[in-house]
Every structure is written in structure tokens, then in C-alpha cells.
Ligand binder design. Sequence first.
Ligand SMILES: [Zn+2]
Length: 296
Amino acid sequence: MGCDGGTIPKRHELVKGPKKVEKVDKNAELAAKWKYCALSQEKLRRPIVACELGRLYNKDAVIEYLLDKSAERPNVEIAAHIRGIKDVKELNLTDNPAWEGDRRNAKGDCYEDMHRAMFICPVVGLEMNGKHKFCYLQTCGCVFSERALREVKTEICHKCGDPFRDEDIVVLNGSKEEQEQLQKTMEERRAKAKAGKKSKKNKGLETVSKPVESEASSESTSTPVNGGGSSSGDSAPGPSGSSKTVKPVAAVGSKRSIQNMEGKSEAYKSIFTTHSSAKRSKDQISNWVTHTPYHF
Ligand SMILES: [Zn+2]
């Protein structure tokens, strides 16, 4: 705050200023999203494509990026989720008859230009300038305002007549929450596609990774000893074996200590780190991650 020198800031210095600045920036940023390629930052011009997260790009910028991903560019992280040209969809946009192109810019009429959009919704005529929500259909690439899609319920595209489903609608330049949702949908869809391609391979991987995951996420006292079956058998006489270690994973959620459970045999309890016999030499525990240093 800078009051160390004994200066007394006036109210307007602390409160009023920053708020105003932020508001202007936000508007400009919002408008820019609809006019410039998210990757190259150049003016959007046809062919324009959109990714699964609803960002707008010039197609040539995306192609350039895909051809040489290693080249140094600003903004590369924006396109990190684009693996190939199939991950973007060419948009079928509707020209705004009132758009005068760059001639307006030459006159220096910047304010007017910020709100004038190149494209409009073909159904209700709203301008695509960031003030209204717009969506595109992943099936055909046609772009509509959200109002049109909401008000005129349809299962075929208003513009080209292709059938589509609700999950084919992608919000363009959506809010943070909408983008997070799109990100989630994209990851799910990709995981599904991957699983479909090599389901056999994946099955094997899943069973291996599951116990590791649950172990890392559980920090309760009843954390089971790392599988490794045979090593736990050394210190624990009686029934060891991997089949036993699977059970406690489910018990972790209950947040009760295995050691206090009645009706469990001493041998069963001894396979957990909470048991008194669980103190090990360093080389024995080196293969799993401890959450606290107390085990040493
Ligand atoms: Zn269409």
C-alpha cells in the first residue's frame, strides 16, 4: 500500500481507480476474442475454425502450428489440446451485412468498430461481437446465437439442415465455467475414444494403476502397505498375499483404524503400517511414498 512513509492515502487512491481500469480491459479483451485468432493473434479471416473448447482460430494458423509444433511462438499453450486438424472444426459463419471491413478502421472510428461484428446469427440476426452468447455445432460447423438455439427448438441445423444432438453444441468463447465444462467433456470423449481403440491394453493398465492411485490419495492412519505382497510377508507371518491387500483399500474411506477393529486377526492387522511390527529398514520402504517423515 505504500503507507510506510507515513503518507495518508485518500479514498479515491485506494478504491476508485483500479476498478475502472479493469472494466475497460475486460471489455476490450472480450471483444478481441471475437475478432482475433486465439493462436496467432491476427485478425480472424475465413477459413475460421473452432476447437473443442470453443476458441476461434484462423485455419492457416492452426495448420502452421501443427506442421511445426516446436517452433517458438507466443501463445502455444492455447493450442496444446489440438492434436491434429481433426480436433478443430471449420465454421460456417454468416456475414454481417452491416460490416464494412477495415475501411472503418482507416477512418479511425475505433469505438464503433469494437461493437460491429463481422458475423451475425443467421436466425435472429444478433451480432457476434462478444455481447451475446454464440455456439457452433460440431456436426456441421454452423454458428448460431444461443438465443436462436434456445428459442427455436430443433433437431436439425437451422442453416444447413444437418441433424445434431445437444452434446454437439459447443459454446464459443464461453465463460470460465463453460470452458471448464468443455475441457471435461473433451477429456472424457478422448478417453472414450482411446479406450475404444485399444481396450485390451487399457484394461491391463487400469488394474495396475488403481491401487497406486488410491494409496496416494489416502492419508488416513489406515493406509495399507504397498502391495508388494511378498515383502510384507516377511514381517507378517500368516496369510499374506496380494488378495488380502486389496480389501483395505475399500476400508480406507471409513476413516477407522484397522488396528482398533475387533474381529480382525493379529496377522491381518500386521500388514498395515499402523501396526507395531511395521517398522522397516530403509531399503524395504524405498519403493513407496511416505506422507510423513515419522516412519524413518
Ligand atoms: Zn449446419
